[in-house]
Design a protein around this ligand. Structure first.
Ligand code: GLN
Length: 508
């Protein structure tokens, strides 16, 4: 590696796997790597706003500790010393966690989420907490109570959502790797529109203990990275059974890193989902998708078309099931237990009036919209018509997946119908916003794993995401297909796609 690659800016361009190798070889220290990212944040995060909170002291202390242990000859986990960013909906002990909401402004959790504990045990310094749409509701980060994150490809455009902060941090080289959460696409869609890789593991593959719940039957945490291999490495750190989460798989998917490195598609049947990719998909997105399918074919995959007719109803079912679960999960933010407490301006101060004043002031419009929708869908007179029907559609979607996976080992589609849109374009039109997740939501409703990787640039010069879906517990297939496609595409581009993104404005 040249000296230029080893200077501070060079270090922020390295992948997590490369940094892990350099650290293991003693060529750099974790303190140097961590400081390089903190310095770059000071220089360019003013233009991006990927982070809500930066943990300078704690990150450097963890880095110094890892360096000392390595110096003493201790055998350390693979990613020890590689810094990471964490979406601010995952609780971190003694560090503010807001979920992007005013109602949790300044809330300091008394415990760590299981996945945070695993990151700490792996010796990964936590750089800070990343921005998101309030309570992970949205596709643009415009619903964050703390202002939006900007897309490094064009700072007038959205970085996707809800995990726009984690995706933009990784795309802007403000973290080598990050944690996101995906309830309907919030890892995969931001990855797609920022030119990064994002993975939603099989439901139950990563513990939900310590994730602030949006919709418990859909939520799943997972990796955001610049390469398929990096996601596999992180997925193996966090994909561990957890007795604190009753839906945690006792035997989560394994062999992920090996699959990412396999380089082989022999005998792999790839199913193109007919319902995900036609009308409503930007022509440049479709062209990029078709090209990637051809590359998979050239690498030895057998490509078939599959039909999943119930996917046409996935969005409608999701927007009943998600608000129903969210309205129940968010009932605990009542001004009594956590964060904000607002007393009414006039009239009696009772538990009820304080709750109403607190929730009125603390929640944003999108959150209120979904609470109203959810409580309505669950109300006695409407339960069967709305929530009950949506659950039936969910079963049909699961059956469509089962039938499709009888014909193909993996399914593929564009991750999102369009590239990154401009701020303000969809924020006042909830239905237009919801349509961003039309291709990602079916996976959450069925609990199957999904990966998005960059497949190129559309004719507007913005990144396009390619989605791979696999059956439950077969997460390794995502990495196998993703690894091969990434290698072929990177050869065509002559390097990582993010090298084509413009330089960010520095405030240094
Ligand atoms: N954009 C989707 C929504 O608004 C997905 C959210 C998510 O995955 N957290 O619900």
């Amino acid at each position: 590696m040249s000296t230029a690659d080893m200077n501070a800016d060079g270090l922020t361009r390295r992948t997590a796997a490369e940094l892990a190798d350099l650290l293991r070889a003693g060529e750099v220290s974790s303190v140097e790597v961590t400081r390089a990212h903190l310095d770059r944040m000071a220089a360019v995060d003013g233009a991006v706003h990927a982070y809500l909170h930066v943990n300078t002291d704690e990150a450097l202390a963890t880095a110094a500790d890892v360096d000392a242990r390595r110096g003493a000859g201790e055998d350390l986990p693979g990613l020890a010393g590689v810094p990471i960013a964490v979406k601010d909906i995952v609780v971190t002990k003694n560090q503010v966690t807001t979920a992007g909401s005013k109602i949790l402004e300044d809330w300091v959790p008394p415990y760590d989420a299981t996945l945070v504990r695993l990151l700490r045990e792996a010796g990964m310094p936590i750089l800070g907490k990343t921005n998101l749409d309030e309570f992970a509701m949205g596709s643009s980060t415009e619903h964050s109570a703390y202002g939006p994150t900007r897309n490094p490809w064009d700072t007038d455009r959205i970085p996707g959502g809800s995990g726009g902060g984690s995706a933009a941090a990784v795309a802007s080289h403000l973290a080598p790797i990050a944690i996101g959460t995906d309830t309907g696409g919030s890892i995969r869609q931001p990855a797609a529109v920022t030119g990064t890789v994002g993975v939603k593991p099989t439901y139950g593959g990563v513990s939900r203990y310590g994730l602030i719940a949006l919709a418990s039957s859909l939520d799943q945490a997972g990796p955001v990275s610049r390469t398929v291999l990096d996601s596999a490495l992180l997925h193996e750190v966090i994909g561990v059974h957890d007795p604190l989460d009753s839906t945690s798989l006792t035997d989560p998917a394994g062999g992920l890193v090996e699959a990412a490195r396999s380089g082989d598609l022999a005998g792999m049947r790839v199913g193109v989902v007919k319902e995900l990719g036609g009308e409503g998909y930007q022509p440049g997105v479709r062209a990029s998708f078709d090209h990637s399918v051809e590359l998979l074919r050239s690498a030895g995959a057998e490509v078939v078309e599959v039909s999943c007719p119930s996917f046409d109803y996935a969005l409608a079912a999701y927007y009943l099931i998600l608000p129903a679960e969210a309205s129940s999960n968010l009932a605990k933010f009542d001004g009594m237990r956590f964060g904000l407490r607002v007393e009414p301006h006039e009239g009696p101060v009772t538990a009820e009036t304080v709750m109403a004043a607190t929730r009125g002031a603390g929640f944003g419009d999108e959150v209120k919209r979904r609470i109203i929708l959810g409580t309505h869908a669950l109300s006695a007179g409407y339960y069967d018509a709305y929530y009950g029907s949506a659950q039936k559609v969910r079963t049909l979607i699961q059956r469509d997946f089962a039938a499709a996976f009888a014909q193909a080992d993996v399914l593929v589609s564009p991750t999102a119908p369009t590239t990154a849109f401009r701020f303000g374009e969809k924020v006042d039109d909830p239905l237009a916003m919801y349509l961003n997740d039309v291709a990602t939501i079916p996976a959450n409703l069925a609990g199957v794993p999904g990966l998005s990787l960059p497949s190129g640039l559309s004719d507007d010069g913005l990144p396009v995401g390619f989605q791979v879906l696999a059956p439950v517990r077969e997460d390794a297939r995502l990495y196998r297909v993703g690894g091969v496609l990434e290698r072929l595409l990177t050869q065509e581009w002559g390097g990582p796609i993010l090298d084509k993104a413009p330089e960010l404005e520095t405030s240094r």
